[in-house]
Design a protein around this ligand. Structure first.
Ligand code: SAH
Length: 365
């Protein structure tokens, strides 16, 4: 039986491998250049390396463990959604958004499934299947960077807003951000990476210390405990007052504005008194609110929930404006290909992937 190979993105192990075979450390820089700058996928074709090292790489490493199960592009060509299968047949997804301004953004997954069980989210219905390894996150970025490169475009932004809760997979999140932003690797500016959390306080505190330049988005979705706990189970573990205290610490340490995501679900999160409460909560905080109209995903959620009308969203924006809190309405892209969080995977996997194991692992303490 052959020994399992490890990822070419695993810098530590590759350096160990070079050393163990008596090769000089500068060889790593040549490998890095071939993989990340020239998008060479076949190690035997890295011509800057001696044949012996190429063979060592071929024997011991793999370029990609994810396989593209399917991909679909929206009718307007702006959004492409990839559904990947991991080596152990779990489904994860990533979405490229080609903005008209020329900026290209990739939304990546940090977990297969998600334990957080937010009621409006398709991924939440799966439960946690497993954490992704950092290399599986980097592979999503590599694949998108390569796809865009072939179109003559460049990947500029990476957002951790796909499947999963990034702060519950912190070590792999960390290693993936390091690879994505390293100048000698994918070289995405740290300021153009955004991590979105449902509000895991220990993760926020650690992130403020370790990645003060990376942007933080927080899925707030409701302005008080009662309303939030109806849609987000995380509220019982990390209630709003404690969450806001950790976000205040974040701002103090980083001096960065936080993006607050607020989902607009008709009759549930869009009561006008919530607009006023939200304004009070975020006034004098370094906040920017992104209103996200609920995406029902062709009704696959089967919950009958509907997005809020533009008129009511405008009223929310007006309340915030009066309090001096800037906001935008997130332009929904890729509706026709189910590009909202977790929707395609749910369709492909059905409920069957939400295994008992996934459910029990998914319980947050
Ligand atoms: N776990 C992280 C990141 C993943 S979800 C978090 O909670 O922030 C990325 C964003 O999509 C979150 O703000 C999430 O609440 C939102 N989202 C999930 N399902 C949605 C839906 N059906 N319609 C609109 N936004 C949704």
């Amino acid at each position: 039986m052959s020994t399992p190979t490890f990822s070419i993105h695993d810098e530590v192990r590759i350096k160990e491998l070079l050393l163990a075979n008596g090769h000089k450390p500068f060889r790593y820089a040549q490998i890095e250049n071939a993989i990340y700058k020239n998008f060479i996928t076949d190690f035997s074709k890295i011509e800057t390396l001696p044949k012996e090292i190429r063979e060592i790489l071929v024997r011991n490493c793999h370029y990609q463990s994810l396989r593209v199960h399917s991909s679909s592009t929206s009718a307007d060509g702006q959004t492409t959604k990839f559904l990947f299968k991991t080596h152990d047949d779990k489904m994860i997804e990533a979405v490229i958004m080609r903005h008209l301004s020329g900026r290209n953004t990739l939304c990546v997954s940090s977990q297969a499934g998600c334990p957080m069980a937010c009621v409006f989210c398709a991924t939440g219905k799966l439960g946690l299947i497993r954490n992704l390894d950092f290399s599986e996150i980097v592979e999503q970025v590599m694949y998108a960077a390569d796809t865009l490169d072939k179109e003559g475009r460049k990947l500029r932004n990476v957002v951790y807003m796909g499947m999963g809760e990034p702060f519950l997979n912190y070590e792999n999140l960390k290693r993936s951000i390091e690879s994505v932003t390293a100048q000698k690797k994918l070289d995405i500016s740290v300021r153009r990476v955004t991590v979105s959390t449902c509000g895991i306080i220990p993760g926020i505190d650690r992130f403020a210390d370790e990645f003060p330049q990376v942007s933080l988005a927080v899925s707030l979705h409701a302005p008080n405990d009662v309303a939030r706990s109806r849609i987000m189970p995380v509220e019982t573990t990390y209630p709003i007052d404690q969450l806001m205290a950790s976000l205040d610490r974040y701002v103090e340490k980083t001096n960065k504005r936080i993006f607050y995501e607020y989902i607009m679900i008709s009759g549930i999160t869009d009561r006008i008194e919530y607009a006023r409460e939200l304004a009070v909560l975020l006034k004098d905080r370094m906040a920017h609110v992104n209103f996200i109209p609920y995406n029902p995903g062709e009704g696959i959620m089967g919950d009958g929930m509907l997005p809020t009308s533009r008129l009511i969203i405008a009223k929310f924006q007006h309340e915030l404006e009066k309090a001096g809190v800037p906001s935008t309405v997130r332009h929904t892209m890729g509706d026709d290909i189910d590009a909202a969080c977790g929707q395609l995977a749910l369709k492909e996997n059905g409920e069957s992937l939400a295994t008992e194991q996934g459910r029990s692992m998914g319980k947050i303490s």
